[in-house]
Design a protein around this ligand. Structure first.
Ligand code: CAO
Length: 415
């Protein structure tokens, strides 16, 4: 076996971002992912945010590597027959249609079970069962309903969504784990099962620490590591915490040399308790090592913002990379704010395959994010995304359709 999921065949009914993220990961691990799209249009993202007229967008290409594409009209009787053949042949069906769309197509869970009792049916939906289960959902709706937006941003500003696609790509990651787990259980039970990831649940899972804080707030009325402490006031819900650390080691974003002109000349600085003496020495405040107002984490809590302001007087004298180099000599945790340009050009990320250059027949070379999960026995080779319907003949041929049958399906617009 050269790839971890070799031999697993995925019927990929996903579109936009959440579902495609999941099936791309499975393809990178070696599954045969057959993406089913409507003839003529395909996944809507092929045409969204295009940077080159008439060419599949980066939005699409960067979410659909290593897949095969077939066109199929799942609402045409002849197309439904092809779909039935595919369902019998595949191990997993992954979909992220609006709620009820698969049932309206005539392929609800019971029907799929009749066709293939071993099939795993994996879905992303916006919400789980409950009052909102019928709603269509996009990324930022999930960020807002999963607790991310109300806890992101600064106290005196509105809720803020994050650039990290925790609703879409976050749900795709959760779903991929569910699918692999269901495949593992099938080895024992011989049965398929349904796998559901609700985007609200996925975001909330990633906001777990904020539900922790909600309960701490309800018990104690304050949270001492939040910037609202000690002068500000706390309400009855977890407030936005600016750039405060979500953990037990206080941190903040500090200006570095050049911040006046460069929007990313900043560093995240963590005042980890274990290296407090080293921090004091580096910033020239050795007296803080023994000063009872600063010597312990508890003593520092009421004056954290003043501590960070003092550290910033030092960071402003150095570039973010100089600060990183100096602090790491003393094991002081920190992270420069890297722009996308800096990340794209970072040689070490190219060397590990985290940033990959891919060639595409219509757009030429482009950069993408490779597989962030590295398996030593199942290395990932990132192959370009398929053109719309590029593999229709190939896949139908493998399913036993003759070229005459394929031509007949094409003539009635079933594929
Ligand atoms: N053949 C025939 N019909 C097809 C087809 C095919 N190959 N592929 C899709 N369709 C049909 C569907 O059956 C559906 O038809 P009905 O409305 O008659 O049931 C129709 O195309 C539209 O599907 P949709 O409702 O899923 O698409 P939309 O663009 O209206 O909504 C989205 C998009 C993302 C809001 C919705 O799919 C959704 O809420 N998905 C679940 C949550 C999710 O994954 N959101 C994240 C998306 S990434 O930001």
């Amino acid at each position: 076996m050269s790839k971890a999921l070799e031999g697993v065949r995925i019927l990929d009914f996903t579109h936009v971002q959440s579902g495609p993220t999941c099936t791309q990961l499975l393809a990178w691990f070696g599954a045969d992912v057959i993406k089913v799209e409507r003839a003529g249009e395909g996944d809507a993202t092929r045409a969204q945010l295009r940077d080159i007229p008439g060419v599949d967008s980066l939005y699409f290409t960067m979410l659909n590597h290593n897949k095969r594409s077939i066109t199929l009209n799942a609402k045409h009787p002849a197309g439904k027959e092809v779909l039935e053949t595919l369902i019998r042949d595949c191990d997993v069906l992954v979909e992220n249609f609006a709620p009820g769309a698969l049932d309206r197509m005539g392929f609800g869970w019971e029907r799929i079970q009749e066709l293939n009792p071993r099939m795993i049916v994996a879905s992303v939906k916006g919400f789980g069962p409950g009052p909102y289960e019928h709603c269509k959902v996009y990324e930022n709706v999930a960020q807002c309903t999963g607790g991310a937006a109300s806890t992101t941003g600064f106290e005196d500003g509105p809720p803020v969504v994050t650039g990290a696609q925790i609703g879409d790509s976050g749900s795709g990651l959760h779903l991929a784990l569910g699918i692999v787990t269901a495949l593992y259980q099938r080895q024992v039970t011989g049965r398929g099962q349904r796998v559901l990831t609700a985007m609200q649940d996925a975001v909330l899972n990633l906001c777990r620490v904020k539900l922790r804080d909600q309960q701490r707030l309800e018990r104690n009325g304050v949270m001492e590591e939040y910037p609202q402490y000690p002068e500000g006031t706390f309400g009855d819900a977890v407030p936005r915490a600016g750039n405060a650390s979500g953990g037990g080691q206080p941190g903040w974003i500090l200006k570095c040399k050049g911040w006046e002109d460069d929007p990313n000349a900043y560093i995240y600085f963590i005042t980890q308790a274990a290296v407090w003496p080293a921090i004091c020495k580096v910033i020239g405040r050795e007296e803080w090592i023994t000063d009872p107002d600063y010597a312990t984490p508890r003593a520092r809590l009421p004056r954290l913002m003043q501590v960070f302001a003092t550290i910033e007087e030092w960071t402003r004298e150095h570039t973010k990379f100089e600060v990183m180099d100096i602090l790491n000599q003393y094991d002081i945790p920190c992270g420069p704010i890297l722009s996308m340009k800096e990340i794209a050009e970072e040689p070490s990320l190219r060397a590990t395959g985290t940033i990959v250059e891919v060639d595409h027949p219509e757009r030429g070379p482009y950069l993408t994010v490779g597989n962030p999960i590295k398996l030593s026995d199942s290395p990932t080779e990132v192959r370009r995304s398929p053109l719309l319907g590029e593999h229709t003949e190939e896949v139908l041929g493998q399913l036993g359709y003759s070229s005459e049958q394929i031509a007949a399906l094409r003539s009635v617009h079933a594929i």
